[in-house]
Design a protein. Structure first.
Lengths: 429, 311
């Protein structure tokens, strides 16, 4: 069966490929020519709350450069633009309420001072309609292996807004063992923030009518993390993380006030909120990723607890279903519940001295929230991916009414609904 | 001179004792023997210098073990295992792995998708133990979404393998090791050499006494089919294993699987032996031919290949 026929294009192609494989020089050239790829992520997020409340547009660009040997530099640039109305903390009333926007330097018009007032119709939730904020943020992260089984990562973050500047740094080490089936990670982070509210920072806990302001304030956050990642089976990965952080300094929201009510529920005034100047937070996070054939299930649970008495539970599940032809769909469901901060109150009573700490910030209230969404992904070319995420968020506070006669028929802490649309593009070249 | 069974090609095996032996043979040939990739490995040198044979033997065995440790899917520390455990994250690979992945990609393209290094997941369903236990059709179909070289992202030096998928260099690894060892030995030693890893072999030139006489054993239940070939230089590889099949209702299901269906290629030859410029080239041509099933012979003839086919 010896043949004299000349080699075909297929055979010639295979000869060339085999020669290239066996030729060390060709190989060395290949890697030199190709270099290391750069990954680009471009992202546009749109967030809109119901009832004319906050809407946000957030473009983000991330560049990841690989320097070989798993040394990775990751830079992210984010631009946020928020606008709309944001609740100021006061509750609805049966009469018209008038407030000053935070940029005002006086509650009443007088020479040399700036006053921007807004009025709230009876029954409506008091919201500052002039809320507008822009944020510019940059992140730079570096990671590299140390020896065969360790990875070092470190990074820095800086962001600036009209009323808030933040710088932060973090460093961590992870160690692989058990034939790289187990990874132990530890990390620390430190953050320094400066708060300089529009029109000055109000004196925490002071009477709104006095409109007392003070210079800029600072806070620091120090934290640590310890995590364990374990490959349970070839298609099952589990990860357990414990994080602890401690904040110190000005933790009060300079724009939040509380309504002060008389015994029947009539508004008699307002007070700026005041939060403790320390907060310690702990959280335990457990996530499982399971591949069921081409479908990947991602389920996580987080338990959080802090020194303000807020306890929270989060259950999150995602199911990534591959549709073939480089397309996938990923339904997402999330349930969240938290208890209220021990100094949270819908409003303050008039009688007796004001409490040491107080806030009516709905984010510190007891509430439950659900998120339902879906993400579609499609690969574009050999190295690109386009994804579209659509989500609906609904937050329901536990405490929405009062027995006080003047507050009957008022929704004191309305539900919050938000829609999230995110378009992402990932590309490598 | 060499007579070893044509084992399942490219099966990269379990760990073994890292030792080799040098046995002088008649005709002034030194034979080095060791075990790598679950196969008996042999290096024949046209020399009476036992010291040189020892040195060449150490070089050959260490290279074979290096390749096995680096690319065996059974070794948890191998790059293949790292990629298979990457859970959809990109893995940056070295130049040698990149060259093998490029080669696998080129073979995938040249074979119009028939040869595919992601097809190993089908082993979860198929056990060719000569029984009549065919897998459940639904179970086979369920694995198909995890197969396809086009689904992984590969651009040197970065590979991203979707979660659930696996790669292996079966069908490339052992042949590559044969060619690498021959290249190293040729560069260092003057003697004519023949490398034989479990029936996949390559030679640099003929010894003084004439061409290498190679016996390729092709065990068969019905007849003993032994090929005796003269090899001067180049590679020789055999695809197929007459012991690995299932038999049900008179239909023989060979172990060469069609990645498009997940089922054995119908009417594939029991074994195909190909002679070519190198062991990798010979091995891939033999594999391509097996994947053509009943057209194996016409495929080989069409492409001008020297071959020996057993049906």
């Amino acid at each position: 069966m010896q043949l004299k026929r000349p080699a075909s294009p297929l055979h010639l192609g295979l000869m060339a490929a085999s020669c290239a494989l066996l030729s060390g020089t060709a190989r060395a050239q290949t890697t030199e020519d190709v270099g290391q790829p750069v990954q680009i992520d471009a992202d546009l997020l749109y967030y809109k709350e119901n009832g004319g409340r906050v809407q946000a547009i957030e473009p983000l660009v991330s560049l990841k450069k690989d320097f070989g040997d798993q040394r990775l530099l990751d830079g992210t640039f984010t631009l946020d633009s928020l606008s709309g109305a944001t609740p100021n903390g006061a509750i609805p009333a049966h009469k018209v309420q008038t407030f000053a926007s935070p940029s005002s330097t006086s509650l009443t018009p007088k020479p040399g001072y700036k006053t921007t007032l807004y009025t709230i119709a009876p029954g409506d939730l008091p919201q500052d309609p002039h809320f507008k904020e822009q944020r510019v943020a940059g992140d730079l992260d570096w990671s590299q292996p140390i020896g065969l089984d360790n990875t070092l990562s470190c990074g820095a973050h800086a962001s600036t807004e009209h009323d808030f500047d933040s710088v932060a740094a973090h460093a961590g080490v992870s160690h692989d063992f058990n034939e790289k089936n187990t990874t132990l990670s530890v990390g620390v982070n430190e953050e320094y923030d400066r708060i300089h509210a529009h029109g000055g920072n109000p004196v925490p806990g002071s009477d709104y009518a006095l409109y007392e302001k003070e210079p800029s304030q600072t806070k620091t956050v120090s934290g640590g993390l310890i995590g364990l990642t374990q490959v349970m089976r070839r298609n099952w990965l589990t990860e357990l993380n414990y994080t602890l952080d401690h904040s110190q300094g000005y933790l009060t929201d300079p724009y939040r006030i509380l309504s002060v009510l008389d015994p029947v529920g009539t508004v008699t005034g307002y007070r700026y909120e005041n939060r403790p100047d320390t907060r310690t937070r702990q959280s335990l996070y457990w996530v499982n990723k399971v591949a069921l054939g081409p479908t990947v299930l991602d389920v996580s649970y987080r338990r959080g607890k802090d020194s303000w008495d807020i306890g929270s539970d989060t259950v999150d599940a995602r199911l990534r279903i591959n549709l073939g032809s480089g397309m996938y769909v990923e339904p997402h469901a999330r349930w969240y519940h938290q208890t209220a901060a021990d100094f949270y109150n819908l409003y303050l009573g008039e009688s007796g001295p004001a409490p040491a700490y107080m806030s009516a910030d709905p984010r510190l209230a007891a509430f439950s929230a659900t998120t339902f969404g879906v993400k579609f992904g499609i690969t574009t070319g050999r190295n690109g991916e386009l994804t579209l995420r659509l989500e609906q968020y609904q937050q329901k506070p536990s405490d929405q009414s009062s027995t006080l006669p003047e507050l009957q028929g008022l929704d004191l802490n309305p539900d919050l609904k938000a829609t999230i649309v995110q378009l992402s593009w990932h590309f490598e070249y | 001179m060499s007579s070893v069974p044509a084992a399942a090609d490219g099966t990269l095996g379990a760990p073994h004792a890292p030792e080799f032996e040098v046995v002088p043979r008649e005709g002034g040939i030194a034979a080095v023997r060791f075990v790598a990739m679950a196969s008996p490995c042999e290096l024949l040198l046209d020399t009476t210098d036992v010291g040189a044979a020892h040195e060449a033997g150490r070089l050959a065995a260490q290279e074979a073990w290096r390749i096995e440790a680096k690319f065996s899917r059974y070794r948890p520390e191998s790059i293949v295992s790292v990629i298979n455990r990457s859970h959809g994250n990109a893995v940056v690979v070295d130049a040698e792995t990149a060259a093998l992945l490029d080669y696998a990609g080129q073979c995938h393209a040249l074979s119009e998708g028939r040869f595919d290094i992601t097809s190993g997941v089908l082993r979860r369903c198929w056990r060719f133990d000569q029984s009549d236990r065919l897998p459940d059709a639904a179970a086979v179909a369920a694995l198909l979404p995890l197969i396809g070289f086009e689904k992984l992202r590969w651009k040197a030096p970065r590979i991203t393998l979707p979660t659930g998928m696996e790669i292996d260099f079966g069908g490339i690894g052992k042949e590559y090791a044969v060619d690498r060892v021959l290249g190293l030995v040729t560069a260092r030693f003057a003697a004519a050499a023949l490398v034989n890893f479990g029936g996949d072999l390559a030679a640099n030139r003929a010894p003084g006494a004439g061409p290498w006489q190679v016996g390729v054993e092709r065990p068969d239940t019905e007849r003993e089919a032994r090929l005796l070939l003269a090899l001067t230089r180049g590679g020789l590889a055999t695809s197929g294993d007459t012991h690995r099949f299932l038999l049900r209702d008179g239909v023989r299901y060979g172990h060469i699987l069609d990645v498009r269906t997940g089922w054995p290629v119908p009417q594939a030859p029991r074994s195909v032996t190909v002679a070519a410029g190198s062991s990798v080239e010979a091995g891939m041509l033999a594999t391509f031919a097996m994947l053509r099933g009943s057209d194996a012979e016409s495929f080989l003839e069409e492409h001008g290949v020297r071959y020996w086919c057993l049906r």
